[in-house]
Design a protein around this ligand. Sequence first.
Ligand SMILES: [Zn+2]
Length: 248
Amino acid sequence: MNDAQLLRYSRHILLPQIGIEGQEKLLAAKALIVGAGGLGSPAAYYLASAGVGTLVLADGDTVDLTNLQRQILHRVDSVGRPKAESGRDTLAGINPECRVETIVARLDGASLDAAVSRADVVLDCSDNFATRHAINRACVKFRKPLVPGAAIRFDGQVAVFDSCRADAPCYHCLFPEAEDAEEVRCATMGVFAPLTGIIGTVQAAEALKLLIGCGESLAGRLLLLDGLAMEWRQITVPRDPLCPVCSS
Ligand SMILES: [Zn+2]
């Protein structure tokens, strides 16, 4: 690290659990964020400001006026632009040292495999089951730690599935894929603005801890937030021995 970096990251370096060694791990790391919306916005802010070397922002949507209520990466003059590009420009103003690669497309198939295989950690900030399950399958396939988040109405969820661990459960163990799964969307159900900030920020914290290798991750646990009562619950997620994704 040069002098400017030692200064920029000094409040991390002061922490014995991070130090120069941990900060250098972040600078060398690559994180994939799927979805540059309500969850991806705060997650990207903190990963970039904290010094993650490379961020890959993947989102096929463009910024809409209804997004600005919670998707804090984007501004009025970004309406109509691809979210990934709008996000990249915002992040450049916070930490120009963070290299932001953009994918202006909905990741699936080969493009998803390629992006996941090159990442050190994957943050699922998407908003639909098909994408969530596809990301999970790719993370299990390439043994990459996955940090999924979800927020709808006043309810939030966040977990870690660390496929690097031998007996780790996966997203499918918790939420088996179903043909008739009911999709609940912010567009129809609404979402409390700061809830996405809380959940996305927990995703960033867990991703940073995984990259640094400090503390105890959320691996194998699901945190549930009732934002109206402001109460957190935690459930342990066991591995499903019959899971078609992770138990082959
Ligand atoms: Zn599984």
